[in-house]
Design a protein around this ligand. Sequence first.
Ligand code: NDP
Ligand code: 2IT
Length: 446
Amino acid sequence: MTVDYVQAIKEQLHEKDSNQTEFLQAVDEFLATVTPFLEKHPEYEENNLLAILTEPERLIQFRVPWQDDQGKWQVNRGYRIQFNSALGPYKGGLRFHPSVNLSILKFLAFEQIFKNALTGLPIGGGKGGADFDPKGKSDGEIMRFCQSFMTELSKHIGPNLDVPAGDIGVGGREIGYLFGQYKRLCQYDAGVLTGKPLSFWGSLIRTEATGYGVVYFVNHLLAYNKDSFEGKRVLVSGSGNVAIYAIEKLQQLGATPISCSDSNGTIIDEAGIDLDLLKEIKEVKRERLTAYKEARPEAIYVEGSLWDQDVAAEIALPCATQNEINLEQAKQLVKNGVKVVAEGANMPATLEAAEYFIDNQVHYCPGKAANAGGVAVSALEMSQNSQRLTWSKEEVDQRLEDIMKNIYETCRDTAKEYDAENNYMLGANIAGFANVAQAMLQQGLV
Ligand code: NDP
Ligand code: 2IT
């Protein structure tokens, strides 16, 4: 029975990688949804495809020595996970955060495979990063760290092999330093990284793409349900790249984003987030959110998570990090009137929280579908770099919106096809998997 095959794969992984909690969580979520698809396509079970799919093609781990401003030598762990190249060169971000480890990067790379497949663009799945903490570091320290990181990473990437981009702790500044070092060591291959600054081969709208994309996804969902953003109160967590541009697009579409957060605390601003102030604090000055409260005393600042606050809202967009919403917090959101949860972050809801949303008729939009706009525009940046052309803002934005509409419809229609209406988790997993599985089999499962 297929269900026994899926269970056996799950047990094998839990035994082999018992300490990789986040990776196992992402795989368990995926495996919980794919049985009906495998039953329709017996060739995948016959070829033991799930066992091959859950094993990364390649793991790279390396040391990153660098000198701090006091002249002391420091060392961090660097990684690149090249998980699946069935659909194209490995593609996915780099995360610099002290919590980074193999389990977190394997979960991110695994989800990236299906996310990238959902975009319909020719990109495989990968992820990388380091347990380096950029907080409080000078520009010089960031630059020396990036140069050392790229000195090793450059041996493993290339425009047709593996194309990293940003994620937590990695934005335009870091991509610039990483690119400079790659150029020095290899050659001028602009397409080796995406999320580049606009002054050299970056794409318009890449900075905005993930946040805008989440909001476009929800906008299509609302329109299909004869509703709109107009007048809606929206909870947004995080205050980084994804959160800021989700807030921007929400405001453009007539909604009121009333919150943002960082790892220290939460702002609730009933009048709506002051976006110019937020950008100034986070993008220019790189300060904490306490500076928002100082500049806007009428806003509320509380230490701790947004999801512990008892506030009414219709929509929630978690845009900070994995496992930020647990079951208790999910229950409170539903009690407070939240009808749509769309994940700007990767795996921000625990599996129990996500299942609670689905069981309680919340439109739960998983990250691998809802936040695919970032990597989609990264792939458009690769196209522009290959053409040696720059597309207009309008053209990239229109393509982004079309891609997000297509992903929403694919998830919705796939869920319906499998008698699981409104289960976008199942829809996203099966639709992404279908493309990857077919390509893997056609390539001889290598
Ligand atoms: P940024 O580094 O720009 O911002 C991260 C935000 O999340 C900050 O506000 C940060 O607060 C907060 N945060 C990070 N870690 C934690 C933590 N452990 N606990 C509480 N808050 C935390 O990253 P991005 O905005 O790029 O990424 C946010 C999420 O979106 C991640 O899950 C990422 O994987 C995902 N994502 C990003 C894409 C992109 O294109 N950038 C694309 C698709 C998904 P603080 O400053 O205090 O650390
Ligand atoms: O999680 C993600 O999709 C990203 N961090 C973006 C990856 C990319 O290659 O643009």
